[in-house]
Design a protein around this ligand. Sequence first.
Ligand SMILES: [Fe+2]
Length: 209
Amino acid sequence: MEYQEKKFNLSMLDGISPKSVEEHLGLYAGYVKNFNAMTALAGELMKDSDLPAAPGSTAQAGKNTHAIAELMRRRSFEFGGMRLHELYFPQWEGAPQALNPESGLGQSLTRQYGNAEYAMKEVRQVAAMRGPGWSLLYWDKEAGQFLVGFTGEQHQGHFVTLPVILALDVWEHAYLLDYGAQGKGKYVDAFFKNLNWAVMEERFSKLQQ
Ligand SMILES: [Fe+2]
C-alpha cells in the first residue's frame, strides 16, 4: 500500500509566513514520496537478492545485501519525517486556542509538572538543543507520565512505542525563511502562539480510552 500525502486546513499564521508553510509542506510531501519509493525499491532488490551470508562467515554477502541494508537504515528517516509532519501541521488547524486547564491533558500536565507552563519550558529547553530534529512531548500510558525528548533527524532517539502529544519541528527549514539561521527562538515563540491546544487535548483524550 502506498502512503498518501495528507492535506492540512491551515489559515494565516502569526509569525510564520505562508511561503514558509508552503515550502515546509513541500518537504513533507517529499517524505511521503521517498518512503513509497524506497519501499518499492527494497521490495525489488529483495526479490532479486541471495540471502546474506551468515554472521561471521567470510563468504560474500548476497547480491543486493548492502543496498538493502542502506535502504532499511534510511527508510525510517522518511517514515519519521512523514508521520512527524502529520502531527505537526494539524496543531495549527482551526483558531489558536489556549490549553484548557480543566481538560484531561491540562490536569495531567499540572499533576506531573506543577503547571503546564513548566512542561512547555521543558519542551522549549529541548528545542534549544543544537542540531536538527524535534522536541517531542510523549505520553507513557504504562507509567502514567509524560516524557519530553529530542529526536535527531526524524527517526533517531524516539521513546519506542510512545505516542506523541506535541511535536515541535526544530529543523532549520522550519524557520530559516522567516527568521534566518539564528532565529530558532523567535520561531519557537511563533509556534506556540499559533497552537490550537484542542488538538493536543483530543490526542491525549483518545489515549485514555
Ligand atoms: Fe519539518
